[in-house]
Design a protein around this ligand. Structure first.
Ligand code: SF4
Length: 321
């Protein structure tokens, strides 16, 4: 059994709600509320849920871009939230984040080659004379051409910009990549190309991914395991095949009903959820999903369902399962 690459245990991230001149804390936004994830090297975990479910905060808290409230994040057995800043900096290249909109993180006045190579120099991972060769090699791995190295960000299409975002992460030779909605701003045909690129890079470099998306159809082709989040909590996790064949949680079923089936004759009945996701500052009592669940019963309003194994490593939090 290979060493676990990433182990997240009961992670919580609460943001204080403050009021008045003295910034008195009057409440908490429970953006991430008891999330556990385990990733073996070379695996892809898909984290799915609507906007506002806390997925991005999970990614940022894992990487310690924001401090946790409670819980534990271990990368190769090392608890990264207790590491001194110097040691954390040494570990940073191994854990990279890819954003939905790489354009916002690119300086429009900096040539793409310099933008990709700067992190290498910042971390002292290579000499100035070697940077250009490494950038050229990385551009090629990401499906870009050598002449792109001297161009500016505005000269690229959306898909090419995402390839630049991937190249910036890849050049540091990471082991774990957290990709936060990396294709949701792209057209469907370009999405497929970028997902294929993620897949190709995983095979050639043995990368491990935490892939965050609001769309189950995006994670379907890439992920080995899928976790479904609702209002800061995990409501279901299972292997990709098991989750797509036997979804157990009503929320997962609703998300799945929106995934198109490639065979036109086979139609899934669309489950349309009523209302919007409630505010995490004031989540519903009991099962947080009860205000939108078509199957809610009295017990759902008063008791929090336990997240438990429904069989064969398929975990779900629902009173009716
Ligand atoms: Fe619906 Fe109740 Fe299950 Fe929550 S616990 S998902 S409200 S049936």
């Amino acid at each position: 059994m290979p060493e676990t690459l990433l182990e997240v245990n009961h992670l919580k991230k609460y943001f204080p709600i403050t009021k008045g001149l003295l910034n008195r804390t009057v409440g908490q936004v429970k953006a991430v509320d008891d999330i556990s994830i385990r990733l073996q090297p070379g695996e892809t975990f898909g984290l799915v849920g609507e906007s506002g479910s806390g997925k991005s905060t999970v990614g940022r808290t894992i990487l310690r871009l924001t401090e946790k409230t409670a819980g534990e994040v271990k990368f190769k057995g090392v608890d990264i939230h207790t590491l001194p800043p110097e040691e954390l900096r040494g570990l940073r290249p191994k854990m990279q984040l890819i954003f939905q909109d790489p354009y916002s993180s690119l300086n429009p006045r900096v040539r793409v080659g310099d933008a990709i190579g700067e992190a290498l120099l910042d971390h002292g991972l290579c000499s100035r004379s070697d940077v250009r060769d490494l950038v050229l090699e990385t551009l090629e791995s990401c499906g870009l051409s050598s002449y792109h190295i001297d161009r500016f960000p505005h000269e690229f299409s959306g898909g090419q910009r995402q390839r630049i975002g991937i190249a910036r992460a890849l050049i540091l030779n990471p082991e774990l990549i957290i990709a936060d909605e990396p294709v949701s701003a792209l057209d469907v045909s370009i999405q497929a190309q970028i997902i294929n690129l993620f897949s190709k890079l995983q095979q050639s470099r043995g990368l491990t991914y935490l892939f965050i998306s609001h769309d189950l159809s995006v994670v379907e082709h890439l992920c080995t395991t899928i976790g479904v989040m609702y209002l800061g909590s995990m409501v279901e996790t299972a292997s990709r095949d098991e989750l797509f064949r036997h979804p157990l949680h009503p929320y997962t079923k609703a998300l799945l009903s929106a995934v198109p089936i490639p065979i036109p004759k086979l139609k899934r009945e669309r489950i349309v959820l009523k209302g919007d996701i409630p505010s995490p500052a004031n989540p519903p009592s009991g099962c947080k999903f009860h205000t939108r669940c078509p199957f809610a019963e009295e017990v759902c309003r008063s008791q929090v369902p336990v997240f438990r194994d429904a069989g064969g490593g398929h975990f779900v939090a629902c009173h009716l399962v």
